[in-house]
Each structure stands twice: as C-alpha cells, then as structure tokens.
Design a protein around this ligand. Structure first.
Ligand code: GTP
Ligand code: MG
Length: 273
C-alpha cells in the first residue's frame, strides 16, 4: 500500500485525509484555516503553540471527505513538536506573506524540513501542495509579485493561489481546488495524476526568468560579459528571445522577462560601436 494512502471508511464514498499547514511564523496559516472553517478573521496575532488540530467535513463530487487539519507553528522554537506530524499527509498548505520576502525565500527550507522528517523512504511526489501568497489585501507592503510566486509554485508542480484571510479573497477557491486535487490523487491510487504533476514550461525557461529578474544590469541580464561585442549581444539576445517569446513560453513572468531582454539589448547596442 502507498505510504500516503488515506484511510477509507466506506470504500468509494467517504474518505479521510490529512492536511498540514507550513510556512514561517505570522504569515497567516491559522487565519486562512479559520477563515475557511469558521468564516471569521482575527486581527490580533495569537501564535500557534506547537500544533493546532481540527476536523472538518467537505463534499467533493459524491464523496464525503473528513479532513484532519494539523496547523503547524511556524516559529523555529517548535521544530521538535511539529517534526513528527509530517508523515502520512496527503495535502500541504504552504503559506507565505506577500509583504515579507523572507517568508517567500523560506519556502524551500520548509520543503527541506519536511523531506528530512519523512526520511529516505518518504515520497513528496505524491502529496498535493498548494502555495498561498497571503495578505494580498496589504497592497502597499507587497514585495513578492504574483508572477514570482506563481513561477516558484508551478515549476514544482504545486497549485498557487493569491489569498487574503482578512477579506476572504481566494480562500474558498483555494480549498476547493486543493480538496479536488487530493480526491483525484486518492482516486488515482495515491499517486499524483500525471497531468497535474508537470509544469507547462521548462526548467530552463523558469531559470532564465528568475535570472533576468535578479540581474544587476543589462549585460548581466543577457548573460554576456561587460564590454561584449554587438555579435555576442545579438547572439545572447536571440537565444533568450526564442526561449521566452510570449508565443512560445507560458511561464509566469515570461512576458515581462521578454520585454526586459528586448530593452536590455536596445540599451547595449546604442553604446556599442
Ligand atoms: P504561527 O502560528 O506563529 O506560525 O503564525 P500563523 O502563520 O498561523 O499566523 P496567524 O494566522 O496567526 O496570523 C498572523 C498575523 O497576521 C495575525 O495578526 C493575523 O491577523 C494577520 N493576518 C493573517 N492573514 C492575514 C491577511 O490575509 N491579511 C492581513 N492584513 N493580515 C493577516
Ligand atoms: Mg498559527
């Protein structure tokens, strides 16, 4: 039997699944769950101590799904408490705060923690992950934009939603899609259906967009040495243009990256004799 297979009460009808939340402290994990389960929002920060556990029932297609939610504390202090809750999970809600770059950068470390706790025989491939870019109501403080978050999530085969636990935006859609994906996984024998597991763009495209986004100047953006010749600039430009052309590339952020590459080439050629 697959390690991540949920327990069934009545074969074919009711399902019991385990879902956990992950992400840095204060990003809004508990508030997202509360918004969905209790339809309310608490603005005062009440840090989760270790783990909060709750059960909820949802109906997906003709099935009753009993969801056991383990809401984890994000603070490093609680590592010893949460580390034993990673196993036998079908779904992970991975949350960051769009106004806290650190919380976005920490997502890889959260995946690493889970992988480590699952051990060498643990299988992260057959778990549904949904990434919540939370606190989108705080538009003034936003520093991680949608395409950056979406690119990270989709290049890993994860779902991505923009959410606000405060206003409720995106919350129901996120849970609905998340649960449907988990039911699909269960009906597929505990394996992620292949259609959901691969991104519709390549790693090379995702890496190029990230590199362009983080480049320090036009030379760096085209991946050529400062002082490169017209030919070298044009060659590098053509390679990136083919890779990222909006007609060919559907990766989040590809349009902006393509425009940036066009502008970088124009700016460099102006100054090269
Ligand atoms: P830990 O339990 O410590 O890991 O934190 P957490 O991720 O569970 O955060 P929690 O849900 O407790 O929320 C942290 C703070 O952010 C609280 O003050 C919430 O009111 C606030 N908050 C959560 N979600 C949102 C949101 O979507 N918008 C805004 N503006 N504030 C939010
Ligand atoms: Mg919490």
């Amino acid at each position: 039997m697959e390690a991540n297979m949920p327990k069934r009460k009545e074969p074919g009808r009711s399902l019991r699944i385990k879902v956990i939340s992950m992400g840095n402290a204060e990003v809004g994990k508990s508030c997202i769950i509360k918004r969905y389960c209790e339809k309310r929002f608490v603005s005062k920060y009440l840090a989760t101590i270790g783990i909060d556990y709750g059960v909820t029932k949802v109906h997906i297609r003709d099935r009753e799904i009993k969801v056991n939610i383990f809401d984890m504390a994000g603070h490093p202090f609680f590592y010893e408490v949460r580390n034993e809750f990673y196993k036998d999970t079908q779904g992970v809600i991975l949350v960051y705060d769009v106004g806290q770059k650190d919380s976005f950068d920490a997502l890889d470390a959260w995946l690493a923690e889970m992988k480590q706790e699952l051990g060498p025989h643990g299988n992260m491939e057959n778990i549904i992950f949904v990434v919540c870019a939370n606190k989108i109501d705080c538009t003034k403080h936003r520093c991680v934009d949608e395409s950056e978050g979406r690119l990270w999530a989709e290049s890993k085969g994860f779902l991505y939603f923009e959410t606000s636990a405060q206003t409720g935006e995106g919350i129901n859609e996120m849970f609905q899609t998340f649960y449907i994906s988990i039911v699909d996984l269960c009906e597929n024998g505990g394996k992620r259906p292949t259609t959901n597991s691969s991104a519709s763009f390549t790693k090379e495209q995702a890496d190029a967009i990230r590199r362009i986004r983080n480049s320090k100047d036009s030379w760096d953006m085209l991946g050529v040495k400062p002082g490169a010749s017209r030919d070298e600039v044009n060659k590098a430009y053509r390679k990136l243009a083919v890779l990222l052309h909006p007609d060919k590339c559907v990766a989040p952020g590809s349009e902006d990256a393509f425009k940036a590459v066009v502008n970088a080439r124009t700016a460099l050629l102006k100054n090269i004799k």
